[in-house]
Design a protein around this ligand. Structure first.
Ligand code: SAM
Length: 255
């Protein structure tokens, strides 16, 4: 797969004949020129989080004595095949240690489009508001790298850490599924019953290592969530989200 670079949409200029010119600068340009050694004539893909891919060749590279910058020109603009056709949001109660890094990386590979790190009753990691933005920015970087590696058309968005119920309140027309190992209803049953057409996306809510309390599940159900089971085996918190997202996309993506 040709190297992929994310830019702001303002960095891409559509041309009259249907082609485009894109300017890549900053960290993406530094990585391209100093690490990947991208050179004029190389084929690359530029993405602007619109879900479109801009295929072109490097036309010009800024001289080494200037800040890293290069320009890409091309004619082929097409939807990114690796981008799901609906939102898949993972509301993940903060796991211990650096397991959230793994959740974001594997979740991005699978097709999750939004990550909402959450606080719930049994979250044991210490939440320090002063470090929250640095943690979010780290997860956002992991999401970007996994999106490039996986051929995604958009960088998944990583939200600020918030209480789990507040994460649900902001969801608009998502089908909200609380992953609860004590639930009677299998996830498959809900996905096959629901009419996907009227739904903007799916939100998957995963508890921490200690799980959700029955009281928490009731509170989420009161907000319209459905408690569903992933089956008879207990998955680790860092496994449950990506697995559930894969199940949703297997059932609902494509034909
Ligand atoms: N209460 C669990 C136990 O008895 O070990 C611990 C929670 S589990 C390690 C972490 C999270 O993964 C749960 O809160 C739930 O969201 C999800 N999960 C794990 N296995 C699941 C299953 N079979 N069905 C639904 N959710 C599951």
């Amino acid at each position: 797969m040709n190297p992929r670079f994310f830019v702001d949409s303002s960095a891409i200029e559509r041309q009259g004949g249907g082609g485009f010119v894109a300017e890549i600068a900053g960290d993406e340009a530094h990585h391209a020129l100093r690490v990947l050694r991208i050179a004029p004539g190389d084929e690359v893909v530029v993405l602007d989080d619109s879900g479109l891919e801009y295929h072109g060749r490097v036309r010009e590279v800024a001289s080494r004595d200037k800040p890293p910058r290069f320009w890409v020109q091309g004619e082929t603009i097409e939807p990114a095949a690796g981008e799901p056709p609906f939102r898949v949001c993972l509301v993940q109660a903060l796991p211990k240690g650096d397991k959230m890094d793994l959740v974001v990386q594997k979740g991005t590979e699978v097709g999750i489009t939004h990550f909402a790190p959450a606080l719930s009753e049994r979250v044991v990691v210490e939440y320090d508001p002063r470090k929250a933005e640095a943690r979010r920015a780290r997860w956002q970087r992991i999401a970007q790298e996994a999106a490039k590696q996986g051929g995604r058309g958009r960088r998944p968005q990583v939200a600020a850490i918030r209480p789990v119920l507040q994460c649900l309140v902001d969801l608009k027309d998502e089908l909200i599924l609380v992953l609860w190992e004590q639930a009677e209803t299998p996830i498959k049953k809900v996905l096959r019953e629901e009419n996907r057409q009227g739904i903007g996306g799916v939100a998957l809510v995963v508890g921490p290592e200690g799980g959700f309390s029955a009281r928490e599940v009731e509170a989420m159900e009161a907000l319209g969530a459905r408690a569903v089971s992933l089956g008879p085996r207990i998955l680790r918190t860092e496994t449950a989200g990506p697995v559930a997202a894969a199940i949703v996309l297997y059932e609902w993506e494509g034909g």
